[in-house]
Structures are given as structure tokens and as C-alpha cells.
Design a protein around this ligand. Structure first.
Ligand SMILES: [Zn+2]
Length: 406
């Protein structure tokens, strides 16, 4: 072949490859969607200490009045680049660039300019959008004084505060965004519980007792499907509690903890006007579990490690399982064991490092490897299961977030 022919053949091949690639291959990546924006990670300020054990500070934040946009709770307000309707919207990505009415807090950044005021708020992509809205939309609201809710994306727990004290917590799944659906992220920020939506069907998945807190994002029970015999199957989604998995909603435990907390309890007790705070995980370190933490396995050929000596995924004749220590997990004997998806034990250190890196946090220096307080106030108590796995959610259908999302 001549040089020209070779080149022509190559170009043709490239064009063919380009045509065969799915359109999605050319879409932006998550990182590109976020480029140039501040994220919900700094909503509470750069120096904010995420410490759920500081009850006084948490309660103060939960009781502090917030400013919301006085519009319908399904309405999305798009801030403009200048003080007037004639200015373009700050951003017009799909489901992005807007602040949800009635529920999502905004910070007022300026004074009234001809009926418009500069504000900032967090959009569905978890981006801080700064722009102008009509001044008459600004409404200050004092939250309900009885309870307050903090959802922490790092620990994947929902914490209920009552009368100034942390009362109880339970596992949740917050949003798992991807390149195609960056709006699946559960946006950090401050919100008001605005309505009792009840049960809704998200393409066959039933999401029960939904409480709306941010447009299409709600706190609801972990989804279920009906089996042919009319029984409900929760297992697919319950196995993911404690990890990101949803399309933006906060899926909440069905099975009550020792305090009685579950979605049913929230549905029965949480009033409209209660503040819901969502803490971002970006820049925060997920700590290693204690080396002395006990794990379990089946020495008779088991291929998983477990957090529960009587894990219900294991046949009864192998129970109770044999214990070993977290410090031994990466040793030769246990190196090949996979993590049980039923009892969801803690992650390996290498996996925690990977998740931390994705949050922009470098692994600790080797000498800090021993799990002990490192003076990192951002770290939650190590007794919490902080496992987070970013995995593809193949058995779930894709749905649109608004008006009733999932
Ligand atoms: Zn297990």
C-alpha cells in the first residue's frame, strides 16, 4: 500500500470505530460535569468539622433557621447570571443548575438589586450554583423543634437527634452518580421535610413511606418488588444498605434497630418542617477498622469473610463460623476471601484506600496504619460500619428523578 492509501484506510477505520461506539461514549465524565464548580462539600464552610458526636454543634445546626425559595415544592428555580429575567441561566444541564423550591436552603450573598438578590444553593449534581433570584422568593423558616435529621454520605447512616441529643442511627443508601446520570448524587446541604408522599412505584420497585426533602429526592424505605406469590422481596436493595446505591433518594432501613428506628418510625414521628442535613463525603477520610475487630469464615472451603458468626448466607451445618482478626485479613490464609454481600463486613484496607482516594484523600503514611485516633476530627467513630462500595447497579432500572424520583 502507498502511504496515502494506508492513511485513507486508517481514517476509514477510525470513522467506522467512531460510528460503532455508543453515543454515551462521548458524554462528559462525572469529573467533567463538576469542573469549575464548588461542590456541596463546602456548603458548611471550608473548616467545618464533621463530628456526629458533637451533639451541641449538630443540634445548633439543626435548629438554625434557613432561607428557602418560596415556590412550589416540585418547582425548580434556575438562578440567573444577573439581576433580571433578561440574563441567561447560570447553568442549563439536564436537572442541573436549579434549586428546589420550598425545601432547599440558599445562602443570601447580596442586597436587593431591582427586585433580584444574589444567592447560592446546591443543585442535583451537588454543585454550588451562584446567581440571582427574585428577592420576593426568599423566605426564612425556623425548623421544627422536636427532631433533626443528619444523613452522612461518608458513613451511609441517618442520624436522628431529639431534644439536643443524638438519639439513634440506622443504615441508608444515598445516591450513586455515574457519567450518564450525575444528578443521581444526593446533594449535600440543608433541607426541610416538606411533604408526606407515601408509597410510590419506580418502574416496579416500590418505595414506601416517602418523605420529600429536596424536589424529587425523598427519604423512603429500602425498595421492594412483588414476587409472583404476592410476597415482597427486599433482599437486593437491603444488601446495599450502608453503601451508595440510589438515584438520589435516601433509602432507609426497613428492619428496626434496638431503639426501634427504621423508616416506619420516621414516617410515624417526623413532622413536616423538620430539618434534614446532608453531609458530603468529599475530602473526608474513611478510617480503617480496628485491627482487633473480629471477622469470621468457614474453614471448610468457605470463599467469603463475614462480619456475623451466624451469617444467614451460610448453611446451618457450618455455623457458627470461625473467628479471626481484621489484622489477619490481608495475610496469606485469608487474602483470597471475598466480602460477604449478606452480612456486609468491613472492607479491606486497600479498598478503603481506593474509596478515600476517590474522595480526594491520600492513604495514611505507613506508620499510621495501626488503627488509632490520629487527631482527625473528621473521622466518625470506628465502631460504625463505614463500608462504601461504588458498584454498578445492574439489576436496577434507570428512572427519572422528578417529580417522584428514587
Ligand atoms: Zn456473611
Amino acid at each position: 500500500m502507498t502511504r496515502l492509501l494506508r492513511t485513507t484506510a486508517m481514517v476509514t477505520a477510525l470513522v467506522l470505530i467512531a460510528l460503532l461506539l455508543p453515543v454515551g461514549a462521548f458524554a462528559k465524565t462525572l469529573e467533567e460535569w463538576m469542573e469549575g464548580y464548588d461542590t456541596g462539600a463546602i456548603w458548611f464552610g471550608e473548616d467545618f468539622h464533621y463530628d456526629i458526636t458533637n451533639e451541641e454543634a449538630c443540634w445548633e445546626l439543626l435548629m438554625k433557621p434557613i432561607t428557602v425559595l418560596d415556590a412550589g415544592q416540585k418547582e425548580m428555580i434556575a438562578p440567573r447570571t444577573g439581576p433580571g429575567q433578561e440574563y441567561p441561566k447560570v447553568n442549563e444541564d439536564k436537572l442541573g443548575g436549579t434549586i428546589n423550591g420550598d425545601a432547599a436552603a440558599v445562602h443570601v450573598l447580596g442586597e436587593d438589586e431591582n427586585g433580584w438578590t444574589k444567592i447560592e444553593g446546591v443543585d442535583y449534581y451537588n454543585r454550588i450554583i451562584r446567581g440571582y433570584v427574585r428577592t420576593n422568593l426568599l423566605k426564612e423558616v425556623t425548623p421544627n423543634k422536636e427532631y433533626g435529621i443528619i444523613v452522612d454520605k461518608l458513613t451511609q447512616q441517618l442520624y436522628v437527634f431529639k431534644d439536643g441529643k443524638l438519639w439513634s442511627s440506622c443504615a441508608v443508601s444515598t445516591g450513586l452518580p455515574n457519567d450518564e446520570q450525575p444528578y443521581n448524587e444526593t446533594a449535600a446541604g440543608e433541607y426541610l421535610m416538606v411533604s408526606r408522599v407515601g408509597d410510590f412505584d419506580s418502574e416496579g420497585m416500590i418505595c414506601a413511606m416517602a418523605l420529600r426533602f429536596n424536589g424529587g429526592d425523598m427519604i423512603h424505605q429500602v425498595p421492594y418488588v412483588f414476587l409472583a406469590d404476592g410476597t415482597k422481596r427486599f433482599s437486593t436493595w437491603e444488601a446495599k444498605l450502608g453503601q451508595r446505591a440510589s438515584h438520589g433518594c435516601v433509602r432507609t432501613a426497613r428492619i428496626a434497630n434496638e431503639d426501634g428506628l427504621n423508616m416506619r418510625w420516621l414516617w410515624d414521628n417526623i413532622k413536616i418542617g423538620t430539618k434534614v442535613i446532608v453531609w458530603d463525603d468529599y475530602g473526608r477520610r474513611q478510617p480503617y477498622p480496628e485491627d482487633s475487630l473480629e471477622l469470621y469464615y468457614n474453614p471448610n472451603g468457605g470463599s467469603y469473610y463475614h462480619g456475623d458468626a451466624n451469617c444467614r448466607s451460610v448453611k446451618e451445618r457450618y455455623l457458627p463460623l470461625t473467628g479471626f482478626l481484621y489484622s489477619e485479613l490481608d495475610g496469606e490464609e485469608f487474602a483470597d476471601l471475598e466480602r460477604c454481600v449478606t452480612c456486609m463486613p468491613v472492607l479491606r484496607k486497600s479498598e478503603i484506600d481506593e474509596l478515600n482516594l476517590a474522595r480526594g484523600v491520600e492513604p495514611p503514611a505507613k506508620e499510621e496504619d495501626v488503627a488509632q485516633p490520629t487527631g482527625d476530627e473528621d473521622a466518625p467513630p470506628s465502631s460504625l460500619d463505614t463500608s462504601l462500595v461504588h458498584e454498578a447497579d445492574e439489576d436496577e432500572v434507570i428512572i427519572v428523578i422528578t417529580p417522584a424520583g428514587e
